[in-house]
Write a protein that binds this ligand. Structure first.
Ligand SMILES: Cc1cc2nc3c(=O)[nH]c(=O)nc-3n(C[C@H](O)[C@H](O)[C@H](O)COP(=O)(O)O)c2cc1C
Length: 344
């Protein structure tokens, strides 16, 4: 019995297939971060081609100080809602059934805000360890006070409410790839000595768990909350794979509906990771520890590889990134090719 085209129920929604378009920055928003026709057309093409249970729209910044790049999508103010609702329309209409999820992010010490006069923020006053590679400012950030952490939790909630007002089916909190929520999780960037510090997994996930809980209270019952989580930094003294399952249990208890397992501090791949499913070791361990669905992306090239990840218990949903950038109809073709060879 194959799984790739088997629907999956999550909360009150149904993903019609197990293939999900992974969030990928396109830089197609305008200079204020507002949705453009070009951005809508890009997502429309992929939704129209079919085969996808959900599309996770690229990272949208929740606060101007957390912007990562020029022309990044914004969800930081109410004037973004109108364009975002057109974007949702380009995914929902008239294909029915592909869920639209918006990724919410704050880049923390990795940010490149349009206005640098307020500096950068992070868990601790240390330069981002990946700054040479990412080309960010390399500035020493301001260590957030707990009051400022609570204010940013409010910003995530307001962004989630904007996503809901625009018609999205859910949001994905970006807590991977070295951005702010991941900077709290990673011992490489978190040197605090308060309840948000690195002393325990509860403390490392506290900001993220509080954000999940507050977002849950701020949106409707059926609205989905996914978390893109980077359990492992693949670096000396960084976050380790073994802590991932315990952390994921805390995210589930806080109210997450899907855990999207990806990479930690240094991006979405690592030299030692082999496809398909760069993070399948982490995702398999997390899958065994929690009761909500797991999603993972990375290095899937063939439909059979996606099916293999599902069949071997590595994940419930397979994220597809660069293939869909190059080939908008990849998911539809993947599903029909498995049908033709009689796998489905
Ligand atoms: C151009 C590009 C932009 C990306 N933007 C994002 C992003 O906005 N948010 C995110 O969580 N991951 C982002 N990623 C990572 C992808 O979601 C995905 O995890 C990665 O590409 C691995 O999957 P793949 O091998 O199928 O491409 C990006 C990747 C690429 C190549």
């Amino acid at each position: 019995m194959s799984l790739i085209a088997t629907p999956l129920s999550v909360r009150n929604s149904v993903l019609k297939t197990r293939l999900v378009m992974a969030p990928m920055a396109t830089g197609r928003a305008n200079e204020d971060g507002l949705v453009t026709r070009n951005l809508c057309d890009y997502y429309h093409r992929r939704a129209k081609a079919g085969g996808l249970g959900a599309i996770i729209v690229e990272h949208a910044f929740i606060h101007p100080q957390g912007r990562l790049a020029p022309n990044q999508l914004s969800i930081a103010t109410d004037d973004c809602i109108e364009g975002l609702s057109q974007l949702v329309g380009s995914i929902h209409e008239p294909f029915g059934g592909t869920l639209a999820i918006c990724q919410l992010t704050h880049a923390g010490s990795n940010a490149l805000p349009a206005d640098l006069s307020n500096g950068l923020v992070a868990p601790s006053a240390c330069i981002h360890p990946g700054h040479k590679r990412s080309g960010n400012t390399g500035l020493v950030p301001h260590a957030l006070t707990s009051h400022e952490i609570h204010e940013l939790t409010d910003c995530f909630c307001e962004a989630a409410q904007r996503a809901e007002a625009a018609g999205f089916d859910g949001v994905e909190l970006h807590a991977a790839h070295g951005y702010l929520l991941d900077q709290f999780y990673s011992p490489l960037t978190n040197h605090r000595d308060d309840e948000y510090g690195p002393q325990s997994i509860e403390n490392r996930t506290r900001f993220l768990c509080e954000t999940i809980q507050r977002v849950r209270e701020s949106v409707g019952e059926i609205f989905l909350i996914a978390v893109r989580f980077g359990p492992c930094d693949y670096a000396p003294n960084g976050a380790v794979l073994e802590d991932g399952p315990q952390a994921a249990v805390l995210l589930e208890q806080a109210g997450a509906d899907i855990i999207d397992v990806s990479g930690g501090m240094f991006n979405f791949s690592a030299h030692e990771l082999r496809p398909p499913g760069f993070f399948r070791e982490s995702s398999t361990a997390i899958h065994a520890a929690i009761h909500i669905p797991v999603l993972t992306a990375g290095g899937v090239h063939l439909p059979q590889e996606a099916e293999w990840l599902l069949q071997t218990g590595a994940t419930d949903l397979v994220g597809i990134g660069r293939l869909l950038m190059r080939q908008p109809d990849w998911a539809a073709k993947a599903i029909s090719s498995l049908c033709q060879v009689g796998v489905l």
